[in-house]
Design a protein around this ligand. Structure first.
Ligand code: HEM
Length: 415
């Protein structure tokens, strides 16, 4: 009995020690936070309500800014003060707008993917779009990979992602077909690619099957996804490094911006005026072509440079090598948009979109999305690189390893 009591007493003592330790820990944390954290100046006001009444009162008096102005003066802190509003501790930021830091590549990827989803299928739901985007990223990683279909390999993951994308696209196609058949005219987007593929027959009056439509949309989403994102990323990188070229682009885009009324959209004629900007894009894609090369198959025996290439062999052509050939581009590593002025480079020497009958069919689409993006970013911001000289890795497209983080500086903050 005595032994049992001893054990119980020891257990209770241990429990008490643990509770005390936890409590002491919590109290010490609270004290040290109060003493050592460099919190902004200010007051939490009354218990619970804090300074809510003063805050709301200033608004009802028609001078909402008074609440902030009074405290800025009182605490002589131009950047930030603390308060308590609606039961919450709060830091009120009242300095100049901070410099915003963004990673260019992932941000632009979201832009180009969302744009394609909207234009091709009128998708609006951000959750659905980001779900598809995640699957596409897995699919893209497996495009150039060894065909090992084992769990965990890029190839296996890409195949699984492709089936999931196709399932989602099938659902979208079926819903649209049903809506078109039920003639829900007011709700159905008519001018997007999906409706066009569904309602347009070929020259024999035959309509595309569901799986052909799904494959077409999948192919376009794939072909236009990373390509345009890489092109925009490389343009942003070069403009950050070459301020005199940035200034010329800004001048051209500002001229176009000032010729428009407030809220007026860019028109086709405006795009035609962006000649210098397009030369900059061309030069960026010459030095870093998003598609560094492409594959072909010899349909017959061919002879090339004096050698025999048998029918059925695969062929690979490289745009990077052609673009870096000093016999075609003088001083090829130098970023010089003036190469594209006048007659421009010799035919088939500038080939980021390929050439011949299988040339990129999204070239004009890419031109529009890149130039419209450039117009909007340049007329609002300057930027500088967070990591100058960031390494570019080819996987298989040229992508800055850290995603090209930049600091954006709004023009209006300096106006
Ligand atoms: C800067 C952006 C882009 C670049 C650098 C680019 C580059 C290329 C290249 C090098 C090819 C292969 C050409 C060949 O094999 O000769 C190609 C094909 C293709 N691209 Fe693009 N592309 C871009 C944007 C787009 C966009 C936005 C779309 C769709 C909206 C698109 C759709 C296609 C399609 C469908 C093909 C296959 C054409 C065929 O085989 O007949 N591309 N692209």
């Amino acid at each position: 009995m005595a032994a049992l009591l001893m054990i119980l007493f020891a257990a209770a003592l241990i429990l008490l020690i643990v509770v005390v330790l936890v409590l002491v820990n919590i109290i010490i944390r609270k004290i040290t936070r109060k003493v050592y954290l460099n919190l902004p100046p200010g007051s939490y006001g009354w218990p619970i309500v804090g300074e809510t009444l003063e805050f709301l009162g200033a608004g009802l008096d028609g001078t909402p800014e008074k609440f902030i102005k009074d405290r800025k003066e009182k605490y002589k802190s131009p950047q930030v003060f603390k308060t308590s509003l609606m039961g919450e501790h709060m830091a009120v930021l009242c300095g100049t707008a901070g410099k915003e830091e963004v990673k260019v590549f992932p941000t632009i990827k979201s832009y180009t993917f969302e744009l394609a989803c909207r234009l091709f299928m009128s998708l609006e739901d951000p959750v659905q779009i980001s779900n598809l985007a995640s699957l596409f990223n897995i699919f893209l990683k497996g495009i150039i990979s060894i065909h090992f279909n084992f769990p965990g390999t890029r190839f296996y993951n890409a195949k699984k992602a492709t089936s999931a994308i196709k399932n989602q696209l099938e659902k979208i196609v079926r819903q649209r077909r049903a809506a078109l058949e039920q003639n829900k005219m007011f709700n159905v987007p008519h001018k997007d690619l999906l409706s066009h593929l569904l309602v347009t027959p070929d020259e024999n009056g035959k309509f595309m099957s569901e799986s052909v439509i799904v494959n077409n949309i999948l192919m376009l989403l794939f072909a236009g996804h990373d390509t345009s994102s890489v092109a925009i990323t490389m343009v942003m990188k070069n403009l950050a490094q070459l301020p005199q070229i940035y200034d010329k682009v800004l001048r051209e885009q500002n001229e176009i911006a000032t010729s428009k009324g407030a809220g007026e959209f860019l028109q086709w004629e405006d795009i035609q005026k962006m000649r210098y900007s397009w030369n900059v894009v061309c030069e960026a894609t010459r030095i870093s072509p998003p598609v560094t090369g492409a594959f072909r198959e010899a349909l017959t025996d061919i002879s090339y440079a004096g050698y025999h290439i048998p029918k059925g062999w695969k062929l690979y052509w490289s745009s990077s090598l052609t673009h870096g050939d000093p016999s075609l581009f003088e001083d090829p590593t130098n970023f010089d948009p003036s190469r594209f002025e006048g007659a421009g480079p010799a035919p088939f020497s500038y080939v980021p979109f390929g050439g011949g009958p299988r040339m990129c069919l999204g070239k004009e689409f890419a031109r529009l999305e890149i130039l419209i993006f450039l117009h909007n970013i340049v007329t609002r911001f300057r930027w500088d690189l967070v990591i100058p000289g960031e390494k570019i890795a080819y996987d298989p497209m040229p992508i800055p390893v850290e995603g090209l983080p930049i600091r954006l500086h709004s023009h209006s903050a300096h106006a």
